[in-house]
Write a protein that binds this ligand. Sequence first.
Ligand code: ZN
Length: 349
Amino acid sequence: MRPAAHLILTVDYELFGDGSGDTDCCVVNPSEKILEISGEFSAPVTFFVEALEFLHLGRVPANRARMDRVSAQLISAVKNGHDAQLHLHPQWHDADVTNSLEPKLDLARWRVGDLDEIEVNRIFDEGSAWLRDLLRPIDENYCCNVFRAGGWCIQPSATVVGAMLRQGIDMDTTVAPGYRNTTKGEWSDFRHAPNAPFWHADADVCTASMNGILEVPIVTGGISRWRHLYALLQSRRAGHGGLAEGCHGSYQGPHGGADSIAGKIGKLLRLGHVMLDFSTMPVDVLIDVTEQWLAKHYGVAAPIPIVAIGHSKNFTPRSASALHAYLKWAAAEDIRFSTFGKWREAINE
Ligand SMILES: [Zn+2]
């Protein structure tokens, strides 16, 4: 028999890494669409909120109305049983947002794994306080206890894990087993992640330990390179150049990453290995990758977390139909729609 499984739909809730994009078109509107689809299936969504950017943008009076729509969406989502957790892109720390449409970020601070302990503690304090200040007044039990690193750049992770434990954040969902990014200034390497659906980590997120945080990885799987390439091309053609309606921005990394030749070759080398990404993958790939994950962890007694990932900014009409069809499939397969909190309650039972 197939193990019991909990599907946790996560959405990285943010603008682009270089600060470009508009909060209405790249964050709020596409997230509303995601909530509408998940609502049809009573499936909770977990937003990974890049709190630093909202904290900074919110300090500029001209942004008040836009920031109110961000806050209102998160408050209403949590009131309705969804979750909002912490996502951090350190380049937003101390950003100059005088001109809020062209914020000046420190792109050299792209990787949270590269920061020293003082800086890491500071951004965790600021980010988690922003979420708690927003959500505690409407839900006194709200807990900021799950983290995902911006750009998957958590390694080397000992300092980050220390800061998480200090803040009471005891789950991480950054690791995508098998995934590797060799791009300069954006690297991550999860090729040696444990072959398990979740594990404890006390320093290195890719090494299982007796205690520490719980690492709940993003589901990954293998498909043919051609199928991957085809899916990426189709996703680029959907919506507005692969982005949500009206959303414009740049995927440029700290060194021009996505647009450089090295960045492009790096991406080609990664072809064939995919995340369970409902923003960019068609439904047949989403189902295939989920089946692979369940087969790989066949025999695990505890309920298996199936962490899917999407991004508001590239959630196109094509992503909407893929998500709808995937949730329909998951419901028919008796996969439970869940959050990190509910999943943890289930494994502790
Ligand atoms: Zn992000």
